[in-house]
Design a protein around this ligand. Structure first.
Ligand SMILES: *Cc1c(COP(=O)(O)O)cnc(C)c1O
Length: 224
């Protein structure tokens, strides 16, 4: 795989409102540096320990995105440096992110994960839950978080029209929330949707952040 070329090709295909996050989970520091040398600065990881290790050893102008499921008891480890937490899927997690942000006097940017796929296993809020959460008084007091938008994962299927309709649904929810009266620390500006198999559809449907690994590095090897 030519990492630099792959990044270039993907970037050229994206509309201007859409940014590439290179998903570097399981990838060596050498490979991440290849992407870095091609000008890439946004990287996504899904495991806290791996994220910390890479944060500590790789250049400090990298923006690290936590894209995986995050457990409350691990928030404290990434709170000081994480650039955006994509998969926030409970009020409890938001409260913990707020608490850790408060301790270090940092406002931590988050995205709420919406459940848009058919699969039971995918985490996330329902549409109604998200709207209820945004309107709730509990949220008002969480001054050390900033909700910057939504994140979602489509069903793993070959059916492009199904994927498209799930992304369309998420975009509609995003636009619906945008015109609501929102608390000062909620703003709908980022819509994180699309990975290797479906980022082209996601970009067409209004994604502002795509999270792509395999199309850049090739198939992942989980053996280490
Ligand atoms: C691994 C992962 C990706 C990237 O997947 P690819 O198919 O390799 O592009 C995107 N989003 C999340 C949440 C992931 O865990």
């Amino acid at each position: 795989m030519n990492i630099e070329n792959n990044i270039k090709t993907i970037k050229q295909s994206l509309p201007t409102h859409c940014r590439l996050i290179v998903v570097s989970k399981t990838q060596s520091e050498g490979k991440i540096l290849e992407a870095y040398q091609a000008g890439q600065r946004d990287f996504g990881e899904n495991k806290v320990q791996e994220l910390i290790q890479k944060y500590e050893t790789l250049p400090n102008d990298i923006q690290w995105h936590m894209i995986g499921h995050l457990q409350s008891n691990k928030v404290k480890f990434i709170a000081p440096f994480v650039s955006l937490i994509h998969g926030v899927d409970s009020l409890k997690l938001l409260q913990e992110i707020h608490k850790q942000g408060q301790k270090i006097n940092r406002i931590i940017p988050c995205l709420l994960q919406a459940h848009i796929a058919d699969e039971e296993t995918k985490f996330g809020f329902s549409e109604e839950d998200i709207i209820q959460l945004i309107r709730s008084t509990e949220l008002q007091s969480l001054s050390n978080i900033k909700i910057n938008g939504l994140m979602g994962m489509a069903t793993l299927t070959e059916n492009a029209e199904k994927i498209r309709s799930e992304f369309k649904g998420l975009k509609t929810l995003f636009e619906k929330i945008k015109i609501m009266t929102l608390p000062p620390h909620v703003e709908m500006k980022e819509l994180s949707m699309g990975m290797t198999s479906d980022y082209k559809i996601a970009a067409q449907e209004g994604s502002t952040l795509i999270r792509v690994g395999t199309a850049i590095f090739g198939e992942r090897n989980y053996q280490h």
